[in-house]
Design a protein. Sequence first.
Length: 530
Amino acid sequence: MYKLMPKALSLLAGTCLIGMSTAGFAQTLTISQESALVGASEVTVDWNYEPGADVEGFGVDIVFDETLLTPQVTGTDVDGCLSGTDASLEACSQNSPDTIRISLTNLGGAPLVAQSGTMTFDIDGGAIDGDSSALAMTVVSTVPPATPFTLNDGLVEIVSGPPAVLDVTPPSINFGTGIAPTTLGPETVTIANAGDPGAPDLTINTLSFSGADAAQFSMVGGSCAATPFDLAQGASCTVDIELDANAVAVFNADFDVDSGVGADAVALTGEGTAGPQSTLTITPDPMAFGVVDLGNLPVTDTFVAENTGDAGSSLTISAFNYAGDAEFTVVTDDCSGATLNDGDTCSVEIQFDSAANGVFAGTGSFASDANTGANQDIAITGEADSVANLVINPPFGPVDLGLGAPGDVVSANGSVENTGSASGDFSCVLGGPDAAVFSTTPDPLVGPVAAGDTADFTLSCAIPTGAGEGDVFNATLTCTGDLDGTHDLSCGASLVPVIPVPTMQPWALALFALMMLIVGGFSIRFFRAS
């Protein structure tokens, strides 16, 4: 079996795409155009089906010149005709001396997918240069009925030498991106006659653009002559193409080359962009001061404005404005009129102050020319409230009142301080296994404590008279209200008298240190003498 110079399937695919672009959702059936040398005994053509809608089956008759071509048939099917099919029911048979019928149907209603195959013909031995046979198609049935079809008929041509071959490169061109409006390119397409030595000239009939954005592409130069023109075997020429990216969009089209031996297309794409996009980001958002003790006012917080956009982007903040309650004021503003490149920041400091309790609100507004987040209103909220803030000393936790002889009382002093702006109330209660041994002064230990005031107290442990050496007594002092926590109290009995250590005055400490130096000096001389 011999097949001379078949068209590449990529050529067929390009032809299919052209057909589909003009027929919407029509099914496309394409038969290749083939050349055979004088004296060749056979020729093989390709057929290719591309679905366009949910078609479950079809039947197509292919009519040829029976005086030039005779299908090669095995059994009832034309050789190779069903090599790329997978329909439930399929047939490709010679119905009459000049007709081949291809029938494909999927049972169960499943749409057909892409199908392909070949048809091999014996060539009449008396064929001469210039003899040819069209492979003309007619749709005889579709499931569902009346489904539109695009038919690209085939051709077998007898030539005296190798056929001309159309070669268009590259198969696709991406013009990249540019900030619209701009012109991208030029990019170069090469058109060649790739036939073997002895092949005839290749006639280029037309060069054109098709597709959704065909108007944005243009031929701006190159070495190709005006159409129609011929390319000798091995010769080539070029076409330079530009894209007019006049909007922020993606542009797609095909550059179509039609020749005497078929057509090919180059897929073209490119994009117009808006350039680096700036984004204005404000933090915090919102600015919430929360509840602030009236006595701790004023307080401040800071807006940070940043250009978080693309590298190379820039934005300008025309103004920052505040509107709302007078308790919020702008302390510093280095954003109004600032230009921020990507990653740059500026800040606005806001102060919250109030002479009375209350809930307050306002709005900070940033106006800019940013691509994203250009004008932002940020809520500012805060509440002033007089609250108590009680702090106990010693802090809640273990408190050891120390050792004492049976019958003695050991004590420790403490205090409750109110650093808040409102009076605070509390109540402390003794509990635990030895609560009766402990006491507080005052008793009970309760509030209130005025704002800014301090209440002193004493914790005491009366060592029982019957206590033995090492006995330990434990209790808890639990406070509630504006003061919430627990002291773990302890004290112990000791039968060994505690020797009081008098506290020395500074002059006494100095005299003691001098005496120690003198004694040390004597000791050194004594030991040296010995």
